[in-house]
Design a protein around this ligand. Structure first.
Ligand code: GLU
Length: 423
């Protein structure tokens, strides 16, 4: 818990939006991007703040602050998750929305980028309270959300359950509209493969990076920070590919076992106990210690700004695959680059989630549903194409994979803006 608070403090000190802008400008400088594209992409199109009075279980009323930021709709309807966390603020939601624009453009989805959030601690709220808050948020944003305008999805602190409430509340107002939100339960128009999608994409990106680095997966160690949907699936699937997962962690702390952690056991344990607290399959370490372990692959899959200029020099991994959005602050990038660490950036590494969200939306609109094999068969080439484009750009421009990913994304966005003409 103390560690989670320490992370929280770090996140407060570093503006995620400044990290977004710093990288955007670096990529724009490298490609001599016209100033008008830079101006357009540097600010969100729309920022909405809502205050939601919600009755709590004890009969009192509390006003929750929520946000929805549409960063860009140039490439299509805005797309992005909704986050419930105690530290959610506008700066963070703006950055996350900007990253969604870049992510969707990078992998070539017909979407812009958005993000939403409510400042609350879901762990201390009852299910009934969370339902009332989610429904109030949906009502407040009924004119922003829409299957052709802005399509939410799960993010940290939200899941299928919240998406079902959003779908239902929105459909009460406008009639049956499953395509208004993705990440829904299967029974309500969700897609096969959506739950593991982000972790699956992290695994595929890791495998492609290992191949480029000529590293044998069966001779590769890995540490995964964060054991939510993304971290736990990534750890499990990487273990299936032969990597040795030597450490995992969640907000209660880290667990290290040099001979390898049994990830399936850890998943079972968290399902039963709610967290990794008390897990005996590894020696207790802190989240900070996990990041500094001598591993081949590090997967930060928790929150943003866990790697900053204050701890970057201690990292020993050869490859970092960003399961989370923004886990490395902009000023830590150069330290890690100097150390020769290959970073597979968030907008590429964790794009599997939104790609399968796209297929969910397509299925909802066509009323025709795919098998999990079909979803994977459609997603894999998108991931592979994006990875190799970014790899080639990184070689061509002699820049990091992150800046290469930004270059790829902003070039597509600039073309889109240009083709729209004068407005
Ligand atoms: N929240 C996820 C992300 O950051 C998924 C977004 C989506 O599926 O729209 O990519």
């Amino acid at each position: 818990m103390a560690e989670a608070k320490a992370n929280l403090k770090q996140a407060e000190k570093h503006s995620a939006y400044e990290s977004f802008l710093a990288r955007l400008n670096e990529a724009a400088d490298m490609t001599s991007l016209d100033q008008r594209f830079r101006d357009i992409l540097s600010v969100p199109e729309r920022v909405v703040t809502v205050n939601l009075p919600v009755k709590l279980d004890d009969g009192t009323t509390r006003v929750f602050e929520g946000y929805r930021v549409v960063h860009s709709s140039v490439m299509g309807p805005a797309k992005g998750g909704i986050r419930y966390a105690p530290f959610v603020d506008l700066d963070e939601v703006k950055a996350l929305a900007g990253w969604m624009t870049l992510k969707c453009a990078l992998v070539g989805l017909p979407y812009g980028g958005a993000k939403g959030g409510i400042t609350l601690n879901p762990k201390i709220r009852s299910v009934d309270e969370l339902e009332r808050i989610t429904r109030a948020y949906t009502r407040a944003l009924k004119d922003v959300f829409g299957e052709d305008s802005d399509i939410p999805a799960p993010d940290m602190g939200t899941s299928q359950r919240e998406m079902a409430w959003i779908f239902h509340e929105y459909s009460r107002i406008y009639g049956y509209t499953p395509g208004v939100v993705t990440g829904k339960p299967l029974h309500l128009g969700g897609s096969k493969g959506r739950i593991p999608a982000t972790g699956w994409g992290v695994m595929r990106n890791t495998m492609m990076a290992l191949a480029e680095m000529k590293m044998d997966p069966h001779n590769t160690t890995c540490a995964v920070q964060g054991f939510g949907n993304v971290g736990s699936w990534a750890a499990k699937l990487l273990q299936d590919e032969g990597l040795k997962i030597i450490a995992i962690s969640d907000h209660t702390g880290g667990y290290h076992r040099q001979e390898g952690i049994d990830v399936r056991e850890a998943v079972k344990y968290t399902k039963k106990n709610g967290s990794l607290e008390g897990f005996s399959g590894g020696k207790r370490i802190s989240n900070g210690e996990l990041l500094a372990l001598d591993v081949d692959v590090l997967v930060p899959a928790a929150i943003e700004n866990v790697i900053t200029e204050s701890n970057a020099e201690f990292l020993q991994a050869r490859i970092i695959v960003e399961g989370a959005n923004g886990p490395i602050s902009a000023n830590a990038d150069s330290i890690l680059d100097e150390k020769g660490i290959l970073i597979i950036p968030d907008i590429l590494a964790n794009s599997g989630g939104v790609i399968v969200s796209y297929f969910e939306w397509v299925q909802n609109r066509r009323g025709h549903y795919y098998s999990e094999e079909e979803i994977q068969a459609k997603t894999a080439p998108i991931l592979s194409d994006a990875f190799h484009r970014v790899w080639n750009t990184h070689v061509e421009y002699k820049c990091s994979m992150r800046i290469a990913a930004y270059i790829e994304a902003i070039q597509r966005l600039a073309t889109g803006i240009d083709l729209e003409g004068n407005f």
